[in-house]
Design a binder for this molecule. Structure first.
Ligand SMILES: *[C@@H]1O[C@H](CO)[C@@H](O)[C@H](O)[C@H]1NC(C)=O
Ligand SMILES: *[C@@H]1O[C@H](CO)[C@@H](O)[C@H](O)[C@H]1NC(C)=O
Ligand SMILES: *[C@@H]1O[C@H](CO)[C@@H](O)[C@H](O)[C@H]1NC(C)=O
Ligand SMILES: [Ca+2]
Length: 345
């Protein structure tokens, strides 16, 4: 019976999925003992743990109250944004709520009344924790997608920033970059920063609402179209220089540089229809724990790895006290299927 249980536990890592558990109690010829594996937390909806900042001051609509209209209804400018009225306010937190009733709730900027001065807004998301993206970042715009925007990322809690992806209806004109598609990238260019025209062209504001940062398409370069061959992806993440870091962020920033124009030039006589409205920002990822934890919990306002393998720190990035600090190494996905724990000594 005990033997059976041990056998069962021993098989657990394979049964529950790759890298899901950090250790199991097994029986060997020398008696029962712990066996250790490389492990990582499950992917989570990261918008539930984020802190947001919108810049510059005064970019959110409604203070003072203002009227706006939509590209579909450009001469009926009777909609109102009023920050002091909960029913008419559009604060940043509405980009992260869950829209239970199916009604879109959104952050909205002021209108482009100061045209031709550019209408610029930064939306900065901070986690105070390294996150590994596991799925696409999806940003939903309610009244048309920006004709020019940029996504930036930080790996050091906002001290330094790097371009992540450029978006424009004309990449050459906006950024002097040729337009590319993530689908056309190859194994050697999977972490290339590119400009795409796929998410910026006018197609009616209700038809095409989302702007993506394509994580799945990049994973598919290694794991195949249905991400069936994850082993190959994990092997590449381990060996290809910079690939793992490419999908790791502590902060993200959307730099909105020019709003939707409704498919035409800017009409100066009606600037009330130009603004940004974001209803959702979906970020799916897992805490980076250096393959030393399978749990990540939200404590005192920040995500923290529950470190195993005698490691400690927010990312399990060092050895516990009384363990040789120089023996620290990240766990490894290899050899397949259970990887190496690389525990502190
Ligand atoms: C947005 O952030 C960038 C740096 O990432 C900064 O240069 C720019 O001035 C900011 N724009 C606004 C409107 O705050
Ligand atoms: C960030 O996380 C660390 C470690 O959990 C914590 O000590 C620190 O107070 C956090 N900083 C902020 C600004 O939340
Ligand atoms: C961590 O250290 C304890 C003793 O302090 C030991 O029993 C345990 O096996 C160690 N774990 C690993 C993964 O080496
Ligand atoms: Ca919302």
């Amino acid at each position: 019976m005990l033997y059976l249980l041990a056998l069962l536990l021993h098989r657990l890592p394979l049964a529950v999925g790759q890298y899901d558990i950090c250790k199991s109690w097994v029986t060997t010829d020398d008696g029962p003992s712990w066996e250790f594996y490389a492990c990582q937390p499950k992917a989570m909806r990261m918008k539930d743990y984020v802190t947001v900042r919108v810049d510059p001051v005064g970019i959110t609509c409604g203070d003072p109250p203002e009227r706006f209209c939509t590209h579909e209804n450009p001469y009926l400018c009777s909609d109102e944004c009023d920050a002091s009225n909960p029913d008419l306010a559009h604060p940043p937190k509405l980009m992260f709520d869950s829209e239970d009733e199916g009604l879109a709730t959104y952050w909205q900027s002021v209108t482009w009344r100061r045209y031709p001065e550019p209408l610029l807004a930064n939306i900065t998301l901070s986690w105070n924790k390294s996150i590994e993206l596991t799925d696409d970042i999806v940003i939903t715009f309610e009244y048309g997608r920006p004709t020019i925007m940029m996504l930036e990322k930080s790996l050091d809690n906002g001290r330094t920033w790097h371009p992540y992806q450029y978006y424009a209806d004309d990449c050459m004109e906006a950024f002097s970059m040729p337009a590319r598609r993530v689908r056309d990238l190859s194994t050697t260019s999977a972490n290339r920063v590119l400009c795409t025209e796929e998410y910026s062209r006018w197609a009616g504001s209700k038809k095409e609402k989302t702007v993506r940062f394509e994580v799945r398409d990049r994973f598919a370069i290694f794991a195949g179209p249905d991400l069936k061959n994850m082993d190959n992806l994990y092997t590449r993440l381990e060996s290809a220089k910079g690939l793992k870091d490419f999908f790791t962020v502590t902060d993200l920033r959307m730099r909105l540089l020019r709003p939707a124009l409704g498919g035409t030039y800017v009409q100066r006589e009606n600037l009330y229809k130009y603004f940004y409205a974001v209803s959702n920002i979906e970020v799916t990822g897992r805490c980076k724990c250096n393959l030393h934890a399978n749990l990540c919990t939200f404590k005192e306002g920040s995500l923290q790895c529950e470190c195993e393998h005698n490691t400690t720190g927010q990312d399990c990035g060092k050895c516990k006290k009384n363990f040789r600090s120089r023996s620290w190494r990240a766990g490894s996905y290899l050899p397949l299927p259970n990887g190496s724990p690389n525990a502190c000594k």
